[in-house]
Design a protein around this ligand. Structure first.
Ligand code: IVH
Length: 666
């Protein structure tokens, strides 16, 4: 009986580990969640009845009991080194030259890995079982964070397979993804706790919890990038060792590349610079490592870093500067945004002079004042923001905390803050010049009415000169009105009128989006158009009917109904139609054969414009995303596909040709 029980326990644990591996390492679960839960429950029940048979590496033993008093110290058997940095192509080439000279070779095989921005961790497995996990600390002594590391679901408590080394120390980076970070900070705000400044701090804070039950709730993940101390045989190339780690169930980044020679590395860096924005986690550079271990050994170490590796760093995304002034801007929906005017500073590849302070709560939380030294951050295309104030450098003469204005700086209307909302809004509506300008810019935008040549500067002049008050006035403009604007010759004035004329032929989704109803983006506009078919039907609908439509929430329903209740808005719509703005009725969509499927388009399509393909996919219920992830169902590859194609291959996402896509759309 006991034998049978033991064998059932063993089987259950092995099966659960196998499914954990499919789920966490390969993103490819092959049983339903409910079935997995059933296995886990059976194991838990058997263990509860026979506590003497619980093993420390059982999948049920991730979250331990009591909080720790403190973390004990761990002496690393082999020091955990850091990396030298290269900040330019030249510095990388110097590194490569040093390697070639020392090894006396023409060119070197390198492995290129992302430089993850988290915390270095060492995992010690003895006889395949995780016995200790430690932070890097000062490189020779770290802290024992085993109980916390055990709670991370993607770290196996025991290695899979056979031929395992007796003892192996696996090293890698523990981090939190962007998605996990946002979720964590949302929770923190809901619970009136201080949010984390960035994913790195969130990961560090989560691992340094003395209570593992708290760590268990944090979305920590790990990618492994190397081996420390090892007793047992391993491959003699770094790239092959990473493959071995993968085979034993460790998570290794799938996009790690083997590259030969300097040029391949330089090209790869350029490529990664473009990839960076699309990655679901922060990286601050690319690490190049000599692949052959005999060559690594020959190169050796200097001070605290190996000579066989280098981190090619991306341009810094954070920099320090001073706040010259704090202004407020009024947006299309009247939202009042405080903006810090900065001493110009080069960050993330551009010179930044303004940074958003988001809203009243944020500015109060950060207590940003004129004269302060601040850290600004600019990541990719994201609007630069003030991360924090360097309080130690606050000027000694009396700085003042910033107070939000009570009245709109543009139109003087009262500024209101709705309950439960973080933003303050100018109550002036379209009476407010700022809101009017923004509404008109939005109306003319490429994805709305697509009025070619009606840029921001022109809209501002038209409003300032009193030539237009509403979007309907655009279609009453005469050539002499337009020609009087700055830098507007007769020819370009005519071009603008032609573009306005052309924009009159539109589609219902575009028109609805162009109206600028609060909360109604392109997708919701499309849903509304397909649901109602005709504008009149939508206008007659009610808040109650609107909110039951799939994809339209109660808040949006309220805004839509409210918009069509305003006599002023109805008048503008009527004027637009009288001026000749028109669209065909939409086919009311009932069938959505691609509902919920996520598509990504890459490369040039021959027979259909990318935007059209996107529209048709959306009309069939599919979603079109800009980047490939494990959730992507199909990547459509035209000619010269980009990095998304490679990513799709790496993740095993189905790749469609243009013909196959057309087949689906038919
Ligand atoms: S290798 C022998 N590989 O960067 C070299 N480190 O500056 C030891 N890091 O403490 C590290 N991604 O926290 C290596 N792919 C990667 C890395 C990486 C991030 C971090 C790690 C280390 C620091 C060194």
């Amino acid at each position: 009986m006991n034998l049978k029980l033991k064998s059932r326990l063993h089987n259950l644990r092995e099966t659960i580990r196998h499914h954990d591996n499919l789920y966490y390492m390969q993103d490819a679960p092959d049983i339903p969640d409910a079935e997995y839960d059933r296995l886990l429950r059976e194991l838990q029940e058997l263990e509860r009845a026979h506590p003497d048979l619980i093993t420390p590496d059982s999948p049920t033993q991730r979250v331990g009991g009591k909080p720790l008093e403190n973390f004990s110290q761990v002496q690393h058997r082999l020091p955990m080194l850091s990396l030298d940095n290269a900040f330019s192509d030249e510095e990388f080439l110097d590194f490569d030259r040093r390697v070639r000279e020392r090894l006396e070779v023409e060119s070197v095989d390198y492995v290129a890995e992302p430089k993850l921005d988290g915390l270095a961790i060492s995992l010690l497995y003895e006889a395949g079982v995780l016995v200790r996990a430690a932070t890097r600390g000062d490189g020779s002594t770290g802290e024992d964070v085993t109980v916390n590391i055990r709670t991370i679901p993607s770290i196996p408590l025991s290695l899979l397979g056979c031929n395992l080394p007796n003892i192996i120390e696996i090293r890698g980076e523990v981090y939190i993804s962007h998605e996990g970070f946002l979720r964590l900070n949302r929770q923190a705000l809901e619970q009136d706790q201080k949010p984390f400044a960035n994913p790195r701090n969130a990961a560090a804070g989560s691992l340094r919890q003395l209570d593992p039950r708290i760590t268990a709730t944090r979305p920590l993940e790990m990618y492994c990038y190397g081996v420390g101390y090892v007793e047992g045989d391993m491959a003699d190339r770094h790239s092959e060792r990473l493959d071995q780690l993968r085979a034993w169930g460790m998570r290794v980044y799938p996009g790690i590349k083997r590259l030969n020679g300097q040029q391949a590395c330089l090209d790869h860096y350029q490529w990664m610079t473009g990839q960076r924005e699309q990655l679901p986690f922060d990286i601050d550079g690319v690490v190049y490592k000599v692949d052959r271990l005999d060559q690594q050994q020959e190169m050796g170490f200097v001070a605290r870093a190996p000579r066989w590796a280098i981190a090619r760093k991306f341009p810094a995304q954070e920099a320090i500067t001073t706040v010259l002034a704090i202004d407020v801007q009024v947006g299309r929906t009247g939202a009042i945004t405080p903006v810090a005017r900065l001493e110009p500073v080069f960050v993330g590849g551009v010179t930044v002079t303004n940074a958003t302070l988001h809203n009243e709560d944020e500015i109060r939380r950060k207590d940003v004042r004129v004269g302060d030294t601040v850290i600004v951050r600019r990541a990719g295309d994201v609007i630069p923001e003030v991360v924090s104030v360097v309080l130690g450098q606050r000027p000694l003469d009396d700085t003042q905390a910033f107070v939000m204005p009570t009245h709109c700086p543009v139109c003087g209307s009262e500024v209101l803050r709705a309950e439960g909302e973080a933003v303050m809004r100018c109550s002036g509506g379209l009476f407010c010049g700022a809101q009017r300008k923004e509404a008109i810019k939005h109306f003319a935008a490429r994805r709305a009415m697509d009025v070619d040549g009606l840029g921001d500067k022109i809209v501002e002049q038209l409003v300032d000169k009193g030539l237009i008050k509403t979007v309907a006035d655009l279609y009453q403009l005469r050539i002499e009105d337009v020609a009087e604007l700055d830098r507007m010759a007769e020819k370009s004035a005519q071009n603008l009128l032609d573009a306005l004329e052309k924009s009159k032929q539109t589609s219902l989704p575009r028109f609805l989006f162009a109206l600028g109803i609060r909360e109604v983006g392109e997708t919701s506009a499309r849903i509304l158009a397909q649901h109602y078919g005709r504008l009149e039907a939508l206008m007659e609908s009610t808040e109650e009917k609107l909110q039951v439509i799939d994809g339209i929430g109660p808040v949006m329903a309220q805004h839509i109904a409210g918009f069509f209740h305003q006599p002023h808005n109805l008048e503008v719509i009527q004027q637009l139609q009288e001026a000749g703005v028109q669209w065909p009725d939409e086919e009311v969509m009932i069938e959505q054969p691609l509902k919920g499927k996520i598509f990504v388009l890459t490369g040039t399509l021959e027979h259909i414009k990318r935007n059209e393909a996107k529209d048709q996919l959306l009309a069939k219920g599919a979603k079109v995303s800009a980047s490939v992830s494990k959730k992507t169902d199909y990547v459509v590859a035209g000619t010269d596909p980009g990095s998304k194609y490679t990513k799709a291959q790496e993740l095993g996402v189905s790749i469609l040709t243009e013909d196959e896509l057309m087949g689906m759309l038919d």
